[in-house]
Design a binder for this molecule. Structure first.
Ligand code: HPA
Ligand code: ZN
Length: 345
């Protein structure tokens, strides 16, 4: 850990962040819906947004906790109607990702947010897959799509969603679990996750964001996940950190999200430094970049400045994301080579 003034980012570290080949493992496609695209789609689809201008939307992005954010995030999804809308959303995210030198991404989508409004799941998945294919053609960004269940809805709804997605599972690499954490424990979803894993999917789940370290343990015990999304509150319990290290579980941390949703009062209170020191495979991600003020490089810059991380920490964070991804063996090897070139320079 280096750099002198807290909050300032050393120029050589800023350059290193720019050139790092990045793997993004925690981004919700619905959370990449920028206000200008939201207004364009609202006008095209004849959907009313509860805001009159981009400035009014930005002013509404003052959140007190996870739920206050989710209320705005779900409401804005009403503008996503056609297969082309989902493609355009995905392509717009990938343009930002490419600018940040993202080389592989495993984005989430929340099918229930759309099927509950009568949008066919085939249009949702089809549009996203079209967008991901375009991103691979234009930018060489590879991907693996994660179907995420909403934990505030009944388990039956998750089961029906998995069944509806079955004809398209060749397009999906994993299942996830997101939405409101407090009051919605992981155990009821154990059967859904077991079925998904039996169908050949990998599994990840949000935990340890608003819930404490014990929610991470309960998620590992009940869902058979190989990554925990967020998981930053694991740092409150050394035994939980040891378990994460011993079982090789990756944490997908999202620094800006944690400050904007008040998981931590300020960036320098983030537990990412503690997790790194303990040897936990933590990674840096953007979560919902249109809402939290920045894409993946902004998150790398913010955490590096606040915790005075050094070049070795940055290399470790980027390597953790490659190793924790669901990319193929050969693709991982390419990414490792790109990373070693970037860190050698
Ligand atoms: N937590 C839970 N659910 C979510 C999040 C998050 O950070 N972002 C989008 N859905
Ligand atoms: Zn998330």
């Amino acid at each position: 850990m280096q750099s002198d003034a807290p909050g300032a980012l050393d120029a050589s570290l800023a350059e290193l962040i720019d050139r790092l080949p990045k793997v993004e493992l925690h981004v919700h496609l619905e959370g990449t819906l920028e206000p200008d695209l939201a207004f364009r789609l609202a006008a095209k689809n004849g959907v009313a947004l509860p805001f009159r201008s981009v400035a009014e939307i930005r002013a509404a992005y003052e959140f007190s906790d996870l739920q206050s954010f989710l209320d705005v995030y779900y409401a804005a999804c009403a503008v996503l109607v056609t297969r082309e809308d989902f493609r355009d959303l995905t392509v717009a995210y990938l343009a930002h990702a490419n600018a940040d030198r993202v080389r592989h991404v495993e984005p989430f989508f929340d099918p229930q947010t759309h099927t509950e409004r009568g949008i066919p799941i085939g249009d949702v998945i089809g549009g996203i897959v079209d967008g991901l294919a375009q991103g691979e053609r234009e930018y060489g960004i590879t991907s693996g799509l994660i179907l995420s269940f909403l934990r505030h809805l009944p388990v039956d709804s998750a089961d029906a969603t998995l069944a509806a997605a079955e004809p398209r599972l060749d397009r999906i690499v994993a299942v996830g679990l997101d939405s409101s954490e407090i009051g919605f424990p992981p155990e009821p979803f154990a059967g859904t996750f077991a079925r998904a894993r039996a169908l050949g999917l990998r599994a990840v789940a949000h935990a340890g964001e608003e819930g404490d370290a014990s929610t991470v343990v309960r998620t590992l015990d009940s869902l058979g996940v190989s990554r925990i999304d967020h998981g930053v509150r694991s740092a409150e319990d050394p035994a939980v950190m040891r378990r994460l290290v011993e079982s090789g579980i990756t944490l997908t941390a999202c620094p800006n999200s944690n400050v904007r949703l008040r998981v931590f009062p300020t960036m320098d209170r983030s537990t990412i430094g503690t997790l790194l020191k303990a040897g936990v495979a933590v990674t840096i991600n953007s979560d919902d970049p249109a809402y939290f003020g920045g894409y993946i490089s902004d998150n790398y810059r913010a955490i590096t400045a606040a915790l005075r991380l050094g070049a070795a920490d940055l290399g470790r964070l980027a390597a953790n994301a490659i190793e924790g991804s669901f990319a193929s063996g050969p693709r991982k090897q390419e990414l490792r080579e790109e990373l070693s070139q970037a860190t050698a320079g």
